[in-house]
Design a binder for this molecule. Structure first.
Ligand SMILES: [Zn+2]
Length: 709
């Protein structure tokens, strides 16, 4: 219910904003206001080419009127695209990687423990007959072990044992090793509560329609799984009740988002001695030390929640705690079981969520294997093999690195040229740019799965046992990192699951002032152009995104973190390096981006774009293109047409109206055809390349341009 209400408010705010803007625009004596389309991006000449069926193969669309629709026409009208519910260039790249994962296991030149482990694991995952024969049995011993816990002391022992509890189940458990808040060259172990069954903490504080929907799905899924394990109705009910009771407690007592600066720096970020005083009887250190973290000296934890755990951690709550762990185990392991489980749980999910109209999308073997690699902690091994096969030497990574160095040079010039920024802010921005760490494709260390045991079905192995072994390796690795008091901001850990290089993405990490260009994102270029991609095409579809990411270091969010990614300096003061005046000028400029986007109504009669939501990402898109165009000035014979088409190809998309409406309501990124058309129409180079003139759909008067940088 809350959701509906907030949407209404959101829509009203958006409407008021749009009305105000329209009034302002007409009051300024803008373009012909007799037509409602006069100020709309594209003047009514753009079709929403992201929508299925909006463009047909025999449509005649001029590049000058609608670049996205025209440049991508062939791609978005192809049969291959039409077969899919939602199609994007990124989805094609994901498919390519998934196919490659299995292909490279056939390559006999890849030897060693990683390759061996992955080959056996693949046979476990894709042998459906064996999976069906085993049914739900592989998870039974893990559930039985939890159910056998007979005292609160044994509950502690269970949580602390890597052997019994390989999947890190517990109330507050090690999650990752990060840099400390102020001393970013020193490490800290981040402790977290596990993922909530109902998605997020908010679901327990105020039930919304979507959280109730999710609760139904989860209740039915858990009930089905327990039923198959032989639980009767009463025990199923008790398990669910017990689990929600513990989760409700955690959700209502979590305080992480409420701490002030002083608390974050002195209490959330804490050492062993101080942390001891927050445990209030909860055996945190027994659990951590048992799991190998006895040498960790620095911690980052919700100390208030920790200090309250003793209220539920006792013999009286043992059954609830067991129920909580049981549900965690089921959620983790059910996708590793037989076909019946997979089909049934998908069916439950599909029948309760209207968004997919009850449609169940089957996974191919490639997709299944790829999903299991991630779910079962084998991603680092797979990433390692992928790099060995597709990036055997530094030729291509050096080229990308060189490109990004030149891109940084463009940014230096862009920053100095901005007359709305003060000299001090420019200097700080450039200093931050100089310290930005560029991570390209290859993590700093190599994955080694020689300690991981993967037994075949003949040897009595199961997917879950393989996952347990891999998970123990990752826990041990985290413990090793946590025991090192130092941390290097430039170290990219291949075992860090948030930074897998086979992800089809690039991103800027604010806390490290680093950008990551993943091997998976480089595959985008190959997806579109094959191996013979030209420099301009590469710069269009990959380089422009690298440029986008760099700009996040200087936007409204990024400017709160300093050159090392810190939010607080040595004296505990906020490291905001942008002066108040510069920040308000930045906000004003970004606000204009929002206003322009708010004029767009891609689907007639439907949800209008909310400029406020997308303005930051739209700003980054324009900055990325500008940086590459600055680079291009120094490249003789630069093929602008290829570059702009490469950029458009990156955002070729086909989707259905309901998904687009959802994206308009939730996504911080503009719609893909807007990312192409609105971004490109800001630049002279683009208008000149295609001889775009007033009256053309892509034309934007220089006075009305909105690019911030
Ligand atoms: Zn972004």
């Amino acid at each position: 219910m809350k959701k509906d209400f907030s949407i209404k408010i959101r829509r009203m705010t958006a409407m008021v904003l749009v009305l105000t803007m329209l009034i302002q625009l007409t009051a300024c004596g803008g373009a012909d206001s007799s037509s409602g389309l006069a100020d709309e991006p594209g003047y009514g000449k753009w079709v929403d080419s992201d929508l299925k069926g909006s463009v047909n193969a025999d449509d005649v669309i001029r590049l000058q009127d609608d670049f996205a629709a025209s440049a991508n026409k062939e791609t978005i009208t192809s049969a291959r695209v039409k077969d899919q519910l939602i199609w994007t260039t990124g989805a094609d790249a994901t498919d390519l990687l998934q196919t490659r994962f299995r292909e490279l296991l056939r390559d006999e030149s890849l030897t060693g423990p990683n390759a061996e482990v992955m080959r056996t694991f693949e046979s476990l995952v894709l042998d459906w007959d064996e999976r069906d024969r085993l049914g739900v049995e592989p998870i039974r011993k893990y559930i039985d072990d939890i159910q056998s816990i007979s005292s609160i002391e044994e509950m502690t022992e269970y949580q602390s044992s890597l052997e019994r509890n390989p999947f890190n189940l517990g109330l507050i458990m090690p999650s990752t090793v990060n840099a400390q808040e102020i001393h970013v060259d020193q490490s800290t172990l981040v402790l977290k509560v596990p993922a909530y069954t109902l998605g997020s903490r908010d679901s327990y504080l105020d039930f919304s329609d979507s959280s109730l929907e999710l609760k139904e799905v989860m209740d039915d899924t858990i009930s089905y799984l327990l039923g198959r394990l032989g639980y009767d109705e009463k025990s199923i009910k008790n398990t669910l009740r017990g689990c929600y009771e513990i989760e409700q407690f955690l959700a209502t007592n979590e305080c992480m988002s409420l701490y002030n600066r002083n608390e974050i720096l002195n209490k959330v970020q804490t050492d062993r001695a101080a942390l001891e005083s927050y445990t209030c009887g909860y055996p945190l250190f027994e659990i951590l030390d048992g799991r190998g973290f006895s040498e960790a000296e620095s911690f980052n934890v919700d100390y208030m929640l920790l200090s309250r755990l003793n209220r539920i951690y006792d013999q009286d709550h043992l059954e609830e705690l067991k129920a909580f762990l049981t549900v965690q185990m089921l959620k983790y392991g059910y996708s590793m079981l037989d076909r019946e489980t997979i089909e049934k749980t998908r069916e439950i999910g599909a029948s309760k969520t209207e968004k997919h109209d009850g449609e169940i999308v089957e996974r191919t073997d490639d997709q299944e294997f790829s999903a299991m690699i991630a779910d079962c902690s084998f991603k680092p091994a797979m990433d390692q093999l992928y790099l060995e096969k597709y990036f055997p030497d530094d030729t291509s990574t050096d080229k990308i690195r060189d490109f990004i160095d030149r891109l940084k040079e463009s940014y230096r010039i862009m920053i100095y040229e901005e007359d709305w920024l003060s000299e001090e802010t420019k200097a700080a921005a450039v200093e931050k740019l100089d310290h930005m760490v560029i991570q390209v494709v290859r993590p700093s260390n190599t994955a080694d799965y020689s300690m991981v045991t993967v037994k075949s079905y003949d040897e009595g192995g199961t997917i879950l046992d393989a996952a347990a072994s891999a998970s123990r390796l990752l826990c041990a690795h985290m413990a090793e990192r946590a025991s090192d008091p130092n941390i290097d901001r430039e170290f990219w850990d291949i075992y860090d699951k948030g930074f897998s290089t086979t992800t089809v993405n690039c991103f800027y990490n604010r806390e490290r002032n680093s950008i990551f260009i993943m091997a998976g994102f480089v595959a985008i270029g190959e997806t579109i152009y094959g191996e013979d991609i030209t420099d301009e095409e590469f710069m269009g579809c990959v380089g422009s995104v690298a440029g986008h990411e760099i700009s996040h270091g200087f936007d409204s969010n990024g400017s709160h973190n300093d050159l090392y990614g810190r939010r607080y300096d040595d004296s505990g003061q906020e490291t905001d390096w942008m002066s108040t005046e510069d920040r308000s000028r930045l906000d004003e400029r970004v606000g204009r981006v929002g206003s322009y986007f708010s004029l767009a109504r891609p689907i007639p009669g439907q949800q209008q774009v909310e400029g406020i939501r997308v303005m930051n990402e739209a700003t980054a898109d324009m900055a990325g293109i500008k940086a590459v165009l600055y680079m291009a000035r120094d490249i003789e014979g630069f093929d602008y047409d290829s570059f702009f088409r490469g950029y458009a190809a990156l955002y070729a998309t086909q989707t259905e109206e309901k998904f687009e409406v959802e994206a308009i309501e939730d996504d911080e990124h503009p719609l893909d055809f807007h990312r192409v058309n609105i971004t490109l129409q800001q630049f002279d180079e683009f208008l000149d390349t295609y001889d775009i003139k007033p009256g053309d759909g892509m034309y934007l008067d220089p006075d009305k341009r909105i690019n911030v940088w």
